[in-house]
Design a protein around this ligand. Structure first.
Ligand SMILES: O=c1ccn([C@H]2C[C@H](O)[C@@H](COP(=O)(O)OP(=O)(O)OP(=O)(O)O)O2)c(=O)[nH]1
Ligand SMILES: [Mg+2]
Length: 151
């Protein structure tokens, strides 16, 4: 397993609020918890930036982390992410924040310590652009946006 530096920013982390861990040996995501002082009502259509109480420093340009919705919250309660997907740069050292968006039609209460989203580490390739006048032709060419049909 890859070692990633983590700083505890809120004293509740590691005590009342556990550090993020993989729930099962095959889990891809580490659940992130709402590190808030009181329960928070998210009205329909509302978005709030929720602190997690932790910071990570990935410190490797070939890695990033994504923040993704939890499927149960998203599907059953309409709680997804205001930015749809969060991207954590390898040089970011600030607190991990989760933008929670209630896209549903009922108010949802985020409780202290609730697992609101998940963190997934992903490999990254940084590209350097090489200017050309023409591309070697490919089978697809410039076709896109459904040009191959729907069946
Ligand atoms: O859901 C998120 C998304 C981003 N971040 C942090 C980590 C990331 O490295 C930084 C910047 O994110 P991004 O590049 O997506 O936002 P930006 O609007 O381009 O801000 P910046 O100008 O700081 O890059 O904010 C979070 O904590 N949570
Ligand atoms: Mg940016």
């Amino acid at each position: 397993m890859k070692k990633i530096e983590l700083k505890i920013l809120d004293p509740r982390i590691g005590n009342e609020l556990p550090l993020p861990t993989y729930a099962t040996p095959g889990s891809a995501g580490l659940d992130l918890r709402a590190c808030i002082d009181q329960d928070l009502e998210l009205k329909p259509g509302e978005t709030q930036l929720i602190p997690t109480g932790i910071a990570i420093y990935i410190n490797d340009p070939s890695l990033a982390a994504t923040i993704l919705p939890r499927s149960g919250l998203g599907h059953k309660h309409g709680i997804v992410l205001g930015n749809l997907v969060g991207l954590i740069d390898s040089d970011y050292q600030g607190q991990l924040m989760v933008s929670c968006w209630n896209r549903g039609d009922t108010t949802f209460t985020i409780t202290q310590g609730e697992r609101i989203a998940q963190l997934v580490f992903v490999p990254v390739v940084q590209a350097e652009f090489e200017l050309v006048e023409e591309f070697a032709s490919s089978e697809r060419g410039e076709g896109g946006f459904g040009h191959s049909g729907s069946h």
